[in-house]
Design a protein around this ligand. Sequence first.
Ligand code: ATP
Ligand code: MG
Length: 307
Amino acid sequence: MFHVKQSEKATPNEDFGVDTPLAREIADLSARRQKLESTSVEFTGKTRILTVSNQKGGVGKTTSTVNIASALAGMGARVLVIDLDPQGNASTALGVPHSADLPSIYEVLIDSIPLADVVQPSPESENLFCAPSTIHLAGAEIELVSQVAREHRLRTALQDYLAEHDLDFVIIDCPPSLGLLTINAFTAATEVFIPIQCEYYALEGLSQLLGSIQMIQKHLNPSLHLSTILLTMYDGRTRLAQQVADEVRGHFPEQVLNTVIPRSVRVSEAPSFGQTVVAYDGTSAGAIAYREAAVEIASSKTQSKEN
Ligand code: ATP
Ligand code: MG
Protein backbone atom coordinates (compact mmCIF):
# COMPACT_ATOMS: atom_id res chain seq x y z
CA MET A 1 0.00 0.00 0.00
CA PHE A 2 2.80 2.41 0.95
CA HIS A 3 6.14 2.26 -0.78
CA VAL A 4 9.26 3.40 0.98
CA LYS A 5 12.31 3.91 -1.17
CA GLN A 6 15.73 4.46 0.28
CA SER A 7 18.68 5.30 -1.88
CA GLU A 8 22.08 3.92 -0.89
CA LYS A 9 22.80 3.67 2.81
CA ALA A 10 23.85 6.96 4.30
CA THR A 11 27.36 6.99 5.66
CA PRO A 12 28.16 8.65 8.98
CA ASN A 13 29.61 12.10 8.65
CA GLU A 14 33.34 11.68 9.13
CA ASP A 15 34.18 15.35 9.46
CA PHE A 16 34.27 15.17 13.22
CA GLY A 17 37.88 14.36 13.92
CA VAL A 18 37.64 13.96 17.70
CA ASP A 19 36.05 10.77 18.96
CA THR A 20 33.94 12.03 21.85
CA PRO A 21 30.39 11.04 22.79
CA LEU A 22 29.15 14.42 21.53
CA ALA A 23 30.99 14.08 18.21
CA ARG A 24 29.54 10.59 17.81
CA GLU A 25 26.06 11.87 18.59
CA ILE A 26 26.38 14.67 16.03
CA ALA A 27 27.71 12.26 13.39
CA ASP A 28 24.87 9.85 14.13
CA LEU A 29 22.24 12.59 13.82
CA SER A 30 23.77 13.80 10.60
CA ALA A 31 23.74 10.29 9.12
CA ARG A 32 20.12 9.78 10.16
CA ARG A 33 19.16 13.10 8.63
CA GLN A 34 20.81 12.18 5.34
CA LYS A 35 19.01 8.86 5.35
CA LEU A 36 15.67 10.62 5.94
CA GLU A 37 16.41 13.03 3.12
CA SER A 38 16.90 10.11 0.74
CA THR A 39 13.69 8.37 1.89
CA SER A 40 10.53 8.97 -0.06
CA VAL A 41 7.11 7.65 0.80
CA GLU A 42 4.21 7.40 -1.63
CA PHE A 43 0.68 7.79 -0.34
CA THR A 44 -2.06 6.04 -2.21
CA GLY A 45 -5.09 7.96 -1.08
CA LYS A 46 -6.62 5.46 1.36
CA THR A 47 -7.37 7.31 4.58
CA ARG A 48 -5.92 5.93 7.81
CA ILE A 49 -7.58 7.14 11.00
CA LEU A 50 -5.47 6.95 14.14
CA THR A 51 -6.49 7.88 17.65
CA VAL A 52 -3.67 8.84 19.99
CA SER A 53 -4.73 7.66 23.41
CA ASN A 54 -3.44 6.96 26.89
CA GLN A 55 -5.47 7.86 29.94
CA LYS A 56 -2.25 8.64 31.76
CA GLY A 57 -1.54 12.39 31.58
CA GLY A 58 1.59 13.98 30.17
CA VAL A 59 2.99 10.95 28.34
CA GLY A 60 3.44 12.72 24.99
CA LYS A 61 0.05 12.21 23.29
CA THR A 62 -0.23 15.77 21.98
CA THR A 63 3.47 16.12 21.19
CA SER A 64 3.37 12.86 19.23
CA THR A 65 0.11 13.78 17.45
CA VAL A 66 1.33 17.12 16.14
CA ASN A 67 4.86 16.02 15.30
CA ILE A 68 3.88 12.83 13.50
CA ALA A 69 1.21 14.84 11.66
CA SER A 70 3.71 17.53 10.66
CA ALA A 71 6.32 14.96 9.62
CA LEU A 72 3.77 13.07 7.49
CA ALA A 73 2.62 16.33 5.89
CA GLY A 74 6.27 17.15 5.19
CA MET A 75 6.54 13.86 3.28
CA GLY A 76 3.57 14.85 1.11
CA ALA A 77 0.64 13.27 2.99
CA ARG A 78 -2.57 15.24 3.47
CA VAL A 79 -3.20 15.17 7.20
CA LEU A 80 -6.03 16.31 9.47
CA VAL A 81 -5.48 16.58 13.22
CA ILE A 82 -8.61 16.53 15.35
CA ASP A 83 -8.02 18.15 18.71
CA LEU A 84 -10.33 16.32 21.09
CA ASP A 85 -8.77 17.67 24.27
CA PRO A 86 -10.35 20.73 25.96
CA GLN A 87 -6.81 21.90 26.81
CA GLY A 88 -6.40 22.69 23.08
CA ASN A 89 -2.67 21.95 23.14
CA ALA A 90 -2.62 20.35 19.70
CA SER A 91 -4.35 23.41 18.20
CA THR A 92 -1.75 25.66 19.86
CA ALA A 93 1.18 23.57 18.66
CA LEU A 94 -0.14 23.66 15.08
CA GLY A 95 -0.52 27.45 15.19
CA VAL A 96 -4.30 27.24 14.78
CA PRO A 97 -6.52 29.81 16.58
CA HIS A 98 -8.85 28.27 19.14
CA SER A 99 -10.33 31.06 21.23
CA ALA A 100 -13.70 30.44 22.85
CA ASP A 101 -15.62 32.49 20.22
CA LEU A 102 -14.48 30.30 17.29
CA PRO A 103 -16.43 27.29 16.05
CA SER A 104 -14.64 24.13 17.10
CA ILE A 105 -14.96 20.38 17.46
CA TYR A 106 -17.34 21.15 20.36
CA GLU A 107 -20.02 22.47 17.96
CA VAL A 108 -19.41 19.47 15.68
CA LEU A 109 -20.10 17.05 18.53
CA ILE A 110 -22.88 18.87 20.34
CA ASP A 111 -24.65 20.96 17.65
CA SER A 112 -23.92 18.63 14.70
CA ILE A 113 -22.37 21.35 12.54
CA PRO A 114 -20.25 19.98 9.64
CA LEU A 115 -16.60 19.25 10.41
CA ALA A 116 -15.69 21.26 7.28
CA ASP A 117 -17.00 24.41 9.04
CA VAL A 118 -14.35 24.21 11.77
CA VAL A 119 -11.28 22.75 9.99
CA GLN A 120 -8.49 25.30 9.60
CA PRO A 121 -5.20 25.11 7.70
CA SER A 122 -2.06 24.95 9.84
CA PRO A 123 0.53 27.57 8.86
CA GLU A 124 3.11 24.78 9.10
CA SER A 125 2.28 23.05 5.82
CA GLU A 126 -0.25 23.34 3.03
CA ASN A 127 -1.04 19.65 3.58
CA LEU A 128 -1.78 20.01 7.28
CA PHE A 129 -5.18 20.84 8.76
CA CYS A 130 -6.62 21.01 12.25
CA ALA A 131 -10.09 20.84 13.74
CA PRO A 132 -9.40 22.87 16.89
CA SER A 133 -10.85 22.41 20.33
CA THR A 134 -11.95 25.24 22.56
CA ILE A 135 -12.50 25.44 26.27
CA HIS A 136 -16.22 24.66 25.65
CA LEU A 137 -15.19 21.07 25.04
CA ALA A 138 -14.63 20.72 28.79
CA GLY A 139 -18.42 20.50 29.19
CA ALA A 140 -18.91 18.09 26.32
CA GLU A 141 -18.26 14.92 28.35
CA ILE A 142 -21.37 15.70 30.40
CA GLU A 143 -23.46 17.22 27.60
CA LEU A 144 -22.88 14.18 25.39
CA VAL A 145 -24.46 11.86 27.94
CA SER A 146 -27.97 12.96 26.98
CA GLN A 147 -27.33 13.13 23.22
CA VAL A 148 -28.67 10.68 20.65
CA ALA A 149 -25.94 8.39 19.24
CA ARG A 150 -23.53 9.93 21.74
CA GLU A 151 -20.69 7.50 20.94
CA HIS A 152 -20.96 7.95 17.15
CA ARG A 153 -21.06 11.70 16.74
CA LEU A 154 -17.42 12.15 15.73
CA ARG A 155 -17.53 9.12 13.44
CA THR A 156 -20.56 10.47 11.57
CA ALA A 157 -19.05 13.95 11.21
CA LEU A 158 -15.73 12.53 10.03
CA GLN A 159 -17.30 10.17 7.49
CA ASP A 160 -19.31 13.09 6.04
CA TYR A 161 -16.09 15.12 5.81
CA LEU A 162 -14.10 12.32 4.20
CA ALA A 163 -16.77 11.86 1.54
CA GLU A 164 -15.78 15.30 0.24
CA HIS A 165 -12.10 15.66 1.20
CA ASP A 166 -9.13 13.50 0.24
CA LEU A 167 -6.88 12.78 3.19
CA ASP A 168 -4.12 10.26 3.82
CA PHE A 169 -4.23 10.49 7.60
CA VAL A 170 -6.59 11.65 10.32
CA ILE A 171 -4.93 11.80 13.73
CA ILE A 172 -7.08 12.38 16.80
CA ASP A 173 -5.51 13.78 19.97
CA CYS A 174 -7.40 12.47 23.00
CA PRO A 175 -7.65 13.87 26.52
CA PRO A 176 -6.09 11.86 29.38
CA SER A 177 -9.27 9.99 30.28
CA LEU A 178 -11.46 7.18 29.01
CA GLY A 179 -14.66 9.24 28.90
CA LEU A 180 -17.09 9.91 26.07
CA LEU A 181 -14.65 12.08 24.09
CA THR A 182 -12.13 9.23 23.93
CA ILE A 183 -14.96 6.76 23.18
CA ASN A 184 -15.99 8.99 20.24
CA ALA A 185 -12.38 8.86 19.00
CA PHE A 186 -12.26 5.04 19.37
CA THR A 187 -15.51 4.75 17.45
CA ALA A 188 -14.33 7.03 14.64
CA ALA A 189 -10.86 5.46 14.22
CA THR A 190 -9.47 2.17 12.98
CA GLU A 191 -6.06 2.37 14.65
CA VAL A 192 -5.05 3.13 18.23
CA PHE A 193 -1.67 4.76 18.71
CA ILE A 194 -0.38 4.66 22.28
CA PRO A 195 2.53 6.85 23.36
CA ILE A 196 4.31 5.39 26.39
CA GLN A 197 6.62 7.48 28.49
CA CYS A 198 9.81 5.63 29.43
CA GLU A 199 9.35 6.15 33.15
CA TYR A 200 8.42 4.13 36.19
CA TYR A 201 4.67 3.21 36.19
CA ALA A 202 4.68 3.37 32.37
CA LEU A 203 2.64 0.19 32.04
CA GLU A 204 0.28 0.99 34.89
CA GLY A 205 -3.20 1.64 33.57
CA LEU A 206 -2.36 0.08 30.22
CA SER A 207 -4.52 -2.97 30.89
CA GLN A 208 -7.48 -0.65 31.53
CA LEU A 209 -6.81 1.05 28.20
CA LEU A 210 -6.55 -2.30 26.40
CA GLY A 211 -9.78 -3.40 28.11
CA SER A 212 -11.54 -0.29 26.82
CA ILE A 213 -10.30 -0.97 23.29
CA GLN A 214 -11.68 -4.53 23.51
CA MET A 215 -15.04 -3.23 24.72
CA ILE A 216 -15.21 -0.78 21.82
CA GLN A 217 -14.25 -3.56 19.37
CA LYS A 218 -17.03 -5.73 20.71
CA HIS A 219 -19.83 -3.19 20.94
CA LEU A 220 -19.12 -0.16 18.77
CA ASN A 221 -16.29 -0.57 16.27
CA PRO A 222 -15.06 -4.06 15.29
CA SER A 223 -12.31 -2.65 13.05
CA LEU A 224 -10.51 -0.84 15.88
CA HIS A 225 -7.09 -2.28 16.72
CA LEU A 226 -3.88 -1.29 18.47
CA SER A 227 -1.50 -0.62 15.58
CA THR A 228 1.28 1.51 17.04
CA ILE A 229 3.15 2.12 20.29
CA LEU A 230 5.75 4.87 20.50
CA LEU A 231 8.24 5.15 23.35
CA THR A 232 8.58 8.80 24.34
CA MET A 233 10.82 10.98 26.52
CA TYR A 234 13.51 8.33 26.40
CA ASP A 235 16.63 9.16 28.38
CA GLY A 236 19.33 6.75 27.23
CA ARG A 237 21.52 7.60 30.24
CA THR A 238 19.17 5.87 32.66
CA ARG A 239 18.87 2.14 33.03
CA LEU A 240 15.21 2.59 33.92
CA ALA A 241 14.35 3.95 30.47
CA GLN A 242 16.06 0.95 28.86
CA GLN A 243 14.22 -1.45 31.19
CA VAL A 244 10.84 0.13 30.46
CA ALA A 245 11.55 0.04 26.71
CA ASP A 246 12.53 -3.65 26.89
CA GLU A 247 9.45 -4.51 28.91
CA VAL A 248 7.08 -2.73 26.51
CA ARG A 249 8.77 -4.37 23.50
CA GLY A 250 8.44 -7.75 25.23
CA HIS A 251 4.68 -7.29 25.60
CA PHE A 252 4.00 -5.69 22.19
CA PRO A 253 6.72 -6.82 19.77
CA GLU A 254 4.59 -6.08 16.70
CA GLN A 255 3.33 -2.67 17.66
CA VAL A 256 6.31 -0.86 19.20
CA LEU A 257 8.11 1.33 16.67
CA ASN A 258 11.88 0.90 16.41
CA THR A 259 12.28 4.64 16.75
CA VAL A 260 12.24 6.03 20.28
CA ILE A 261 11.69 9.72 20.98
CA PRO A 262 14.46 11.17 23.16
CA ARG A 263 13.79 13.57 25.99
CA SER A 264 14.79 16.93 24.55
CA VAL A 265 14.43 20.56 25.52
CA ARG A 266 13.75 21.52 21.88
CA VAL A 267 10.66 19.28 21.86
CA SER A 268 9.27 20.88 24.99
CA GLU A 269 9.92 24.50 23.95
CA ALA A 270 8.48 24.26 20.41
CA PRO A 271 4.78 24.66 21.45
CA SER A 272 5.49 28.04 23.04
CA PHE A 273 6.32 29.24 19.51
CA GLY A 274 3.06 27.77 18.17
CA GLN A 275 5.08 25.17 16.28
CA THR A 276 5.92 21.51 16.23
CA VAL A 277 9.57 20.63 16.80
CA VAL A 278 9.66 19.37 13.21
CA ALA A 279 9.05 22.96 12.06
CA TYR A 280 10.80 24.71 14.94
CA ASP A 281 14.12 22.90 14.73
CA GLY A 282 13.96 20.24 12.05
CA THR A 283 17.55 19.08 12.55
CA SER A 284 17.25 18.52 16.32
CA ALA A 285 17.30 15.01 17.77
CA GLY A 286 13.59 15.16 18.65
CA ALA A 287 12.55 16.30 15.17
CA ILE A 288 14.63 13.63 13.45
CA ALA A 289 13.19 10.94 15.72
CA TYR A 290 9.62 12.07 15.00
CA ARG A 291 10.34 12.08 11.25
CA GLU A 292 11.76 8.54 11.51
CA ALA A 293 8.70 7.43 13.48
CA ALA A 294 6.46 8.95 10.78
CA VAL A 295 8.28 6.97 8.07
CA GLU A 296 7.74 3.78 10.11
CA ILE A 297 4.04 4.57 10.51
CA ALA A 298 3.59 5.38 6.82
CA SER A 299 5.21 2.09 5.84
CA SER A 300 3.56 0.10 8.64
CA LYS A 301 2.25 -3.34 7.83
CA THR A 302 -0.10 -3.31 10.79
CA GLN A 303 -2.62 -0.99 9.14
CA SER A 304 -5.05 -3.80 8.63
CA LYS A 305 -6.66 -5.59 11.52
CA GLU A 306 -4.21 -8.02 13.08
CA ASN A 307 -5.09 -8.63 16.67
P1 ATP B 1 -2.07 15.41 28.53
O1 ATP B 1 -2.38 14.08 29.11
O2 ATP B 1 -2.09 16.52 29.53
O3 ATP B 1 -2.86 15.70 27.30
P2 ATP B 1 0.04 14.55 26.80
O4 ATP B 1 0.02 13.08 26.99
O5 ATP B 1 -0.63 15.10 25.60
O6 ATP B 1 -0.51 15.31 28.08
P3 ATP B 1 2.25 16.21 26.10
O7 ATP B 1 1.49 17.46 26.36
O8 ATP B 1 2.56 15.86 24.71
O9 ATP B 1 1.58 14.99 26.83
O10 ATP B 1 3.64 16.23 26.90
C1 ATP B 1 3.67 16.52 28.29
C2 ATP B 1 4.82 17.50 28.57
O11 ATP B 1 6.05 16.85 28.24
C3 ATP B 1 4.75 18.74 27.71
O12 ATP B 1 5.21 19.83 28.48
C4 ATP B 1 5.70 18.45 26.57
O13 ATP B 1 6.26 19.63 26.03
C5 ATP B 1 6.75 17.60 27.25
N1 ATP B 1 7.37 16.65 26.34
C6 ATP B 1 6.75 15.76 25.52
N2 ATP B 1 7.64 15.04 24.83
C7 ATP B 1 8.87 15.46 25.22
C8 ATP B 1 10.21 15.10 24.87
N3 ATP B 1 10.46 14.16 23.97
N4 ATP B 1 11.22 15.75 25.49
C9 ATP B 1 10.96 16.71 26.40
N5 ATP B 1 9.75 17.09 26.77
C10 ATP B 1 8.70 16.49 26.20
MG1 MG C 1 -2.35 16.27 25.42
